[in-house]
Ligand binder design. Structure first.
Ligand code: NAI
Length: 538
């Protein structure tokens, strides 16, 4: 078995009375420290903060047995779907390929889990010790994932990979015998949800217009895939075309019961992606949305909560948005005030072709719009509260902000000859000291699918891990699963889905810290702190 040697082993052993190892679980006792703040203004308007440290005793239980896991992609035949499958196959079979620069070996660069490390602690000499994130807790190895899924295009993956024009010819050639074994399952196609220019691909659709029958078929597909491949767990992930937004209609998709009824009556506003999400929820497998549309209408979230199923979204955060969240945070935290952020993109792949219609572009625009909101709201010295909420401003971009906000626009243009290379040009103009101006111009070119594919792997591996972690307040009887909306996957997602009523956190740094803190908590370890590192208080 070529993958046996690469299966995860537990290379970390924690010696602590707070961590118990049983045959099948890690049992952690963890004190969570937080700070409660009460903010009040006196009669003169002076704000006073009353602060109280709070401790909460938690217990985490993490399953040590890594399940045999399948990854079902909606959009398997697309650029991401083919690139993901090819990446896993090339790694699993250790296939190298010739390029004009020499021999290239396969890897998982760009994956937080497989290609990055976190600081575990310090050694006896006081030096930092870093470990691969994949070693911190038992996690599935991507080489071991069984890949399958659906596409409205029937093309087998060897041909679809050629159509995608992402991989080098010599790799396509060597993978052909493997890839041609993969043929997408027929999928749900409602033409009003994606761009009309996709219609020529749609030769592999589940027949009829009965949405209940479509839901039942997708549920059966998930069950069959699990059974036929002898899997313990399946993750379903949408990497199909961006849909237009679904209209939110009372009585149609506002509650779980109304949504299920709307599927039974084949209501026009139920999108293919929502049907896939409902199918995964009802089958009890995690569902991740890698595109920007509002798959998770309120009824879908309620359904996930009801079934204690896991969902995450929206939209892979692969390039421009990742940089934007980092730069905006740097500027605002440095006391520099971004005044405008203008983002222009052009790309030539099928994703770009689909986004060339206003309704699909609008989904992307919304998902890219709110990235800097939390940074802006965090600094009231730079951005003053607005007396009246701007419901709808002149340019259509600033909506409902409670504070001043930089001008922000996103443009995407489809230029076929650009291929899978995406070019992103960004202008950040900020106010610096004494009325000065600072402009940063960023030009980012990348192969879009080669950035997105590692995110799919991270989302899958981390979603699977979350299904193995349960927790309880110390003293309560039962361990509970994590909350249905997996906010810890925000690092990979452009518009992180949250519990209804909660604001997303877009700061990439905080998203990563949260993930590290969670992994450590499962090992009964507090987050690492630099208090001593920088002060030399050894
Ligand atoms: P693509 O257009 O190459 O692939 C999408 C595939 O989905 C196509 O094969 C299409 O036939 C299929 N499809 C469309 N509707 C379907 C349905 N109802 N059921 C099953 N299959 C369906 O696009 P690409 O580049 O692979 O991107 C996929 C998605 O990921 C897009 O929505 C894109 O916006 C999103 N995304 C991609 C990023 C990246 O590549 N860097 C970053 C962020 C998001």
């Amino acid at each position: 078995d070529p993958t046996a040697a690469r299966r995860p082993t537990e290379s970390i052993h924690v010696e602590s009375p707070n961590l118990t190892y049983t045959d099948d679980a890690l049992l952690s006792r963890y004190t969570f420290h937080s700070t409660a703040v009460d903010k009040q203004a006196d009669a003169q308007g002076h704000v006073k903060y009353s602060v109280r440290p709070v401790e909460r005793e938690l217990e985490f239980k993490t399953g040590r047995k890594v399940p045999k896991t399948g990854l079902m992609l909606v959009g398997l035949g697309g650029n991401n779907g083919t690139t993901l499958t090819a990446t896993i196959l090339a790694n699993r079979h250790n296939i190298s390929w010739g390029t004009r620069d020499g021999i290239q070996t396969p890897n998982y660069l760009g994956s937080l889990v497989r290609a990055s490390t976190m600081r575990l602690g310090v050694d006896a000499q006081g030096e930092d010790v870093f470990v691969p994130i994949s070693d911190v807790l038992p996690m599935v190895h991507p080489n071991d994932l069984t890949v399958g899924g659906w596409d409205i295009s029937s093309m087998s993956l060897d041909k679809a990979a050629r159509r995608a024009k992402v991989l080098e010819y010599d790799l396509q050639r060597q993978l052909e015998p493997y890839l041609k074994e993969y043929t997408p399952l027929p999928s749900i196609y409602y033409p009003t949800f994606i761009n009309a220019n996709q219609e020529e691909r749609a030769d592999n659709v589940i027949p009829g217009s009965d949405k209940q029958a479509h839901l039942d078929q997708v549920r059966a597909d998930i069950r069959n895939f699990k059974r036929d491949n002898d899997l313990d767990q399946v993750i379903v992930l949408w990497t199909a075309n961006t849909e237009r937004y679904s209209l939110l209609v009372d009585g149609v998709n506002d509650t779980a019961d109304n949504l299920l009824e709307s599927i039974r009556t084949s209501h026009a506003e139920v999108s293919p992606s929502t049907i896939f999400a409902v199918a995964a929820i009802l089958e009890g497998v995690p569902y991740v949305n890698g595109a920007p549309q509002n798959t998770f209408v309120p009824g879908a979230i309620e359904l996930a909560e009801r079934h204690k199923a896991f969902v995450a979204g929206d939209d892979f955060k692969s390039g421009q948005t990742k940089v934007k969240s980092v730069l905006a945070e740097y500027l605002v935290n440095a006391g520099i005030k971004p005044l405008l952020i203008a983002s222009y993109n052009h790309l030539g792949n099928n994703d770009g072709k689909n986004l060339s219609a206003p309704e699909q572009f609008r989904s992307k625009e919304i998902s890219k719009a709110s990235v800097v909101d939390d940074m802006v709201e965090a600094n009231s010295l730079l951005y003053k509260p607005l007396a009246v909420k701007e419901a709808d401003s002149k340019d259509g971009f600033v909506k409902g902000h409670s504070t001043e906000h930089p001008d922000h626009c996103v443009v995407i243009k489809y230029l076929p000859n650009c291929g899978d290379d995406k070019k992103a040009i960004d202008d950040y103009t900020s106010e610096i000291g004494m009325g000065g101006r600072n402009t940063l111009a960023i030009y980012n070119t990348c192969q879009d699918s080669l950035l997105a594919t590692p995110l799919i792997i991270d989302l899958c591996l981390l979603a699977e891990l979350m299904t193995r972690v349960t927790y309880r307040e110390e003293g309560s009887a039962d361990y509970e699963p994590m909350y249905s909306v997996l906010g810890l996957l925000s690092y990979m997602l452009k518009a992180p889905l949250t519990k209804p009523g909660k604001k997303p956190i877009n700061s990439l740094n905080r998203q990563r810290q949260a993930l590290e803190a969670f992994l450590r908590a499962c090992l009964a370890l507090q987050p690492v702190s630099d208090l001593v590192t920088f002060t030399q208080m050894e």
